[in-house]
Ligand binder design. Structure first.
Ligand code: PLP
Length: 454
């Protein structure tokens, strides 16, 4: 492969060498302005990150103020400060589902790693060290560190590192009705089948050897915005309780308001998880931050028996990240932005259904709040996906960029299925006019790339 001179000359080890990155000169609200002067309507805010849009002056001020107050502290060395304490108190003030403690980290992957370690420490402290098996779901994604990949069922992301993948993680089917529900099966039947499969997995491993079950409440980055069918998480919670295992919900992507409630699990009729990870809409992307939210019952055991939390990171609980996320969370609360997520989410869903669903290569539209995706199919009647080497979703993304909208494409063989999707995950501040424009431009982009196939 002959490398473009741009990649030879750049001192950055870019992620992709097939296309030059778009150079963004400035970003404001939902507008990205490229060096060329061209403007894009940013319908995703990165991978569902920029929940307040770009360039929020109050957050910028909070960051500056924090830098002038306490710019850095080593939390592992026994230090803390007020923004960090206040952020934890703010997001856990009503102890949602009994979650009462936060560990602040820098990425979703670090949050996953920390969760795996915390669970291990918990079961050791409880005197049940044999609980060392983990169950997660096929096609899932919980992070790109070795720990994150270990618990992720996304085959193509794991396979190169298979020699680092542990043998104590097993995978059950995801809840993905569009592709996995059998013909004639009701939602209740489907839930029952998945519940039985999970129960069987516990039995096969030895019920008192299972430490935890991991799932994303709304499957995001690999399946693209797939909410579970009603009753699925109740069934999962029931099985975890039956065998005394912990339930971990990964809300790195779907959490902190994105789904229309602060936590996506609030819409699942369960009491909540034992541990939850959050990241993207916690800090809105201004400064990297993630968190592990921990139930009081886990804290009690670890704090009373172990006396300290094992492990840590140099930049954990970074004061500037915490101050920035605190400003983001206060703005979301003050401006009632989760109501806007619900309201604009209904409009987005309606327009996608009306304008995009009838297009011939669109197979499925699903989502919740401001977390929506379109799944493409070469032959939707017969559920035939595009060939493996045909990256249809990237073509949609590129066509979108040409007409002025940025959507999030996802193409891949996620272990079980070839998937082509475009996600629309606009900031919580999105207006009605912007939603209308996003759908209008997306439609033009899909129609344009569909032509050769029809
Ligand atoms: N968990 C989920 C559900 C994610 O979507 C992601 C990233 O997309 C991660 C974990 C990993 O987060 P990060 O990329 O910040 O390490």
């Amino acid at each position: 492969m002959s490398l473009d001179a741009f990649f030879q000359d750049s001192h950055i080890f870019h992620r992709s060498f097939s296309k030059k990155p778009l150079h963004v000169a400035s970003a404001n609200g939902l507008t990205l302005t490229l060096d060329s002067g061209k403007q894009l309507l940013d319908a995703t805010g990165g991978p569902a990150v920029a929940c307040l849009g770009h360039n929020q002056p109050e957050v910028a001020q909070a960051i500056t103020t924090q830098l002038q107050k306490v710019g850095y502290l080593f939390s592992g060395g026994g230090y803390s400060e007020s923004s960090t304490e206040e952020l934890a108190a703010f997001i856990l003030k009503n102890k949602p589902g009994g979650l009462s403690k936060a560990i602040f980290l820098n990425s979703g992957s670090e949050a996953t790693d920390t969760t795996i370690k915390l669970i291990t420490q918990f079961w050791h402290a409880k005197g049940e060290p044999q609980r060392c098996n983990f169950i997660a779901r096929k096609q899932s994604y919980h992070g790109n560190t070795l720990g994150g990949l270990a618990i992720s069922g996304h085959q193509s992301r794991r396979q190169m590192y298979s020699h680092f993948m542990p043998s104590n993680v097993s995978f059950v089917d995801p809840c993905y009705a569009y592709r996995c529900k059998l013909a004639g099966e009701t939602d209740a039947d489907y839930v029952e089948r998945l519940k039985q499969q999970l129960d069987n997995e516990f039995q096969a491993l030895g019920p008192n050897t299972v430490a935890a079950f991991f799932a994303e409440t709304i499957a995001g980055s690999t399946l693209a915005c797939v909410p579970a069918v009603p009753g699925y998480f109740q069934a999962v919670r029931e099985i975890c309780d039956k065998y005394g295992a912990l339930l971990v919900l990964d809300e790195v992507m779907c959490g902190m308001g994105r789904s229309g409630t602060v936590h996506a699990w609030e819409q699942e009729g369960i009491r909540g998880p034992d541990i939850q990870t959050i990241a993207k809409s916690l800090g809105g992307g201004f400064v990297p931050i993630s968190a592990v939210l921990v139930h009081q019952h886990i804290f009690d055991v670890v704090a009373n028996v172990s006396g300290s939390l094992a492990g840590g990171h140099t930049f954990q609980a970074h004061p500037v990240a915490c101050a920035s996320a605190l400003a983001v969370q206060k703005i979301i609360a003050r401006d009632n932005l989760i109501s806007n997520v619900r309201e604009k989410g209904v409009l987005l869903a309606d327009l996608l259904e009306k304008e995009i669903a009838p297009l011939p290569l669109v197979g499925n539209i699903r989502g919740r709040g401001l977390f929506w995706a379109v799944e493409f199919m070469l032959d939707r009647e017969n559920m035939i996906p595009f060939p493996m080497d045909d990256d249809f979703s990237s073509k949609v993304k590129d066509a979108g960029l040409e007409v002025g909208v940025n959507v999030l494409s996802n193409m891949g063989f996620a272990g079980m299925h070839k998937i082509d999707t475009a996600a629309i995950t606009p900031p919580f501040i999105v207006t009605e006019e912007e939603i209308v424009k996003i759908v209008e431009l997306l439609k033009v982009a899909i129609e344009k790339v569909s032509e050769p196939y029809l």
